[in-house]
Design a protein around this ligand. Structure first.
Ligand SMILES: [Zn+2]
Length: 411
């Protein structure tokens, strides 16, 4: 086991004038408190506390200053302060909220005054999505955070830590690729080939797919009804509840996927590369996946971070036609029914096959055919996979609604 630490980068998305003012207030109060405690040459927490206690700052920021100022004056023996210190908060100060149904999916709670905080939409570095999933699930620990402004944009940097297992030293050719297909009927399907090249041990999570579809349908129906009645807040809290249940299903399944990989010798989990998904799919197919498959990126991010924890490598491959080609002969076939793939090649021994398993084997095979995008995941990074964003106008609208709703969270 090794401990992995990372600084997660988030950009606060278009704070309105009110929130900008609050952020600046926090920054100014922090700056003055820091300067005062520093000028007073506070060398102990108690001395620093006596100074910073007078400022209109959150306790999470004051607690950082109480520790930080004595370090500056004693350990570092600093002569003067840098001009642009970020505002720091202790680990308890921050909280994340994930709303996958919104265009801006992540929200962060930033401490402001003693008992007042701001909920703000935030755009994470897409490479670090897995870390946010891990934090959200309690599988990573949050450390100190830093708030700062650069060229008019506000950023939040958060340190996070988790335990990971060392990855075994095995070459790519010696690994057994496990294809991971994310679908509609079966939420996730995994399969790999045995030593003789035969597809073996397919595992499908079809019931979970059904459960997620049911939750999602309930949510959208109820949301529409509540919104027409003007009950935005009830819709919001109802939504939170439903998404939490869906998230529970996701975590259960992604844990099983990684367990599956652990049962195979020298495994590598192979996922479809979502960065190319727009180019590689025709429009209808893409929209279909986007609308029904909003959980795509979330499932991928969870699989990635859980695999890294177990020292299992993850690779991505070109997703083009993985669901349309026959895994035996490579010919493009069709689906007479949702769960069935039919090969149209007369010379091929394969007639009909379980469609999701066929897709999973195709995905696994692309790793061996050299179509995989080799990316280093040893540091626990996640590849960019924003799947598909909604259009800009929808973004803005969703954001505006959100800010309004979240205004009520600020106590
Ligand atoms: Zn075939």
């Amino acid at each position: 086991m090794t401990e992995l630490t990372k600084t997660l980068e988030l950009k606060l998305v278009d704070p309105n004038a009110h929130k900008r003012r609050k952020l600046r207030e926090t920054r100014e109060a922090y700056k003055h408190a820091l300067q005062d405690a520093f000028d007073a040459r506070c060398t102990t927490q108690t001395e620093a506390n006596d100074v910073v206690v007078n400022y209109d700052l959150s306790g999470y920021a004051k607690n950082v200053l109480k520790k930080y100022v004595p370090q500056l004056t004693t350990t570092y023996n600093a002569g003067e302060l840098h001009d642009d210190h970020p505002v720091r908060f202790t680990n308890e100060g921050l909280r994340f909220d994930h709303k996958p149904e919104n265009a801006i999916e992540w929200y962060v709670k930033i401490p402001h005054h003693e008992d007042y905080h701001l909920w703000m939409p935030a755009q994470p570095n897409p490479e670090q999505r897995g870390w946010l999933e891990a934090l959200n699930a309690g599988d990573a620990t949050m450390g100190e955070s830093r708030l700062f402004e650069r060229d008019g944009t506000w950023y939040l940097h958060v340190t996070a830590t988790r335990d990971v297992e060392e990855r075994s030293e095995v070459s790519a050719e010696e690994r057994t690729p496990i294809g991971v297909d994310i679908g509609e009927a079966s939420l996730v399907t995994v399969c790999h080939r045995d030593d003789h090249g035969s597809p073996t041990a397919p595992e499908l999570w079809a019931d979970e797919g059904k459960t997620v579809r049911r939750h999602r349908k309930t949510y959208f129906t109820a949301k529409r009804r509540l919104q027409t009645r003007g009950s935005e807040r009830i819709a919001e809290s109802f939504g939170n509840d439903v998404w939490r249940q869906i998230d529970d299903v996701f975590h259960r399944v992604t844990r099983k996927v990684v367990e599956y990989a652990e049962s195979v010798e020298n495994p590598v989990l192979v996922l479809e590369d979502l960065t190319n998904i727009r180019e590689s799919m025709d429009y209808d197919d893409f929209m279909n996946r986007r609308l029904h498959g909003w959980g795509f990126a979330k499932l991928h991010a969870q699989i990635r971070y859980k695999a890294v924890e177990k020292g299992i490598p993850v690779e991505t491959v070109n997703p083009r036609n993985t669901s349309k080609e026959c895994h035996a002969c490579g010919e493009v076939g069709y689906r007479p029914r949702q769960a069935t793939f039919k090969c149209t090649n007369d010379a091929c021994w394969m007639g009909e096959y379980q469609a999701d398993v066929n897709g999973a084997i195709n995905i696994a095979d692309r790793y061996l055919s050299g179509e995989s995008h080799s990316r280093e995941h040893t540091d626990g990074d996640d590849s960019a996979e924003d799947g598909g964003r909604l259009t800009a106008s929808q973004d803005t609208q969703a954001d505006a609604t959100k800010q309004e709703t979240l205004g009520t969270y600020a106590s």
